[in-house]
Design a protein around this ligand. Sequence first.
Ligand SMILES: *Cc1c(COP(=O)(O)O)cnc(C)c1O
Length: 388
Amino acid sequence: MAEDQLPPQWRIALADVSIGDEEIAAVTEVLRSGWLSMGPTTEHFEQALGDYLGAEHVLAVTNGTAALHLAAAALGIGPGDEVICPSLTFVASAAAMLQTGATVRLADSTSLDDFSLNPDEIDRLAGPRTRAVVVVHYGGYPAAMEEIMARCRARELLVIEDAAHAPGAAINGRSCGTIGDAGCFSFFPNKNMTTGEGGAVVFADEKAASKARLLRSHAMTALTWDRHLGHANSYDVLDVGFNYRIDEIRAALGLVQLARLDTMNASRARLATLYRLLLADQPSLVVPGFGARGRPVHHLAVALAPRDSRDRVRQLLRGRGIQTSVHYPAIHRFSHYRQTHETELPVAEEIAERVITLPLHPRLGEAEIREICEALVEAVADNQAAPN
Ligand SMILES: *Cc1c(COP(=O)(O)O)cnc(C)c1O
């Protein structure tokens, strides 16, 4: 790589992993054991995740996108079906539904104060072909599950929770990801817990979970591990499946990260509270309250910049070595989706134009949050003094 292609040296990075000696020891143990593909450590990880979430049917998989696709496939979503999905989410929430052959109807956010799916959009978009609704707990803040579940149950729609941001979040005493028919988690390195690449899917119903277990590994009736144990000499193939298996290395990493999740989430909560405090009296910034529902896990810290100033403000922060991001550009404005999803979703569009994602991860210090807030406030003021 040429020098000018190297990534900038951020003084304060947007996200970071928290990996310690315990993770290294757990991975080393698996490597020394000689068994790397999905087996007992994965089962142990699934059990631990189920205990943590209060879920009976848990499958660890290769990544969060695979979790979403597997959820939809196991719930029987396919060609001819329509799925309602928010536009203000990572593109995988919608793409995974399209992978099944279903079509997607993109839905608007609730408000500038509550970015998640507007429950009224279900009434607006549901039609005779609608089978399911994807709900994203944006930023680790529980979506309006009571209103969404009531509308979906009334229309007999399946609910797939995209809980990629929300491991450990809860609402009305239930973990996010365990309220709908399926819940999907991602353990990508920038998420609240990581396995490198990795994910998990939780099902409410045993039948969907068994179907998913089959589809996860080529729809074969036996795993390599079963054959290793001598439980099976051959196998049958019952469907057209995938290879969405996780491996023992990642499962071992996941077990340690899961044990540390509450501590890491507590650090995020402390830092998010400080952000909120420091940015509370800034009239030109909007710090959304996300409906103040349930127990959030603060995956993202976001603020809305004044209209037409976001990119300039981000640039000023970049100049001070502070990395920011945008969660998210609205899906219906991406090239691939623009033609097929020609629609106007004014709330999602305004959020997409004004949102700035600020650094947030458990290894950040309070001094850094103060510095980011000062820089942000100055950048907004500078931009208002000299707009270009
Ligand atoms: C990260 C993420 C995904 C995809 O997870 P991967 O593990 O990267 O495949 C899906 N939805 C949302 C909302 C995400 O943030």
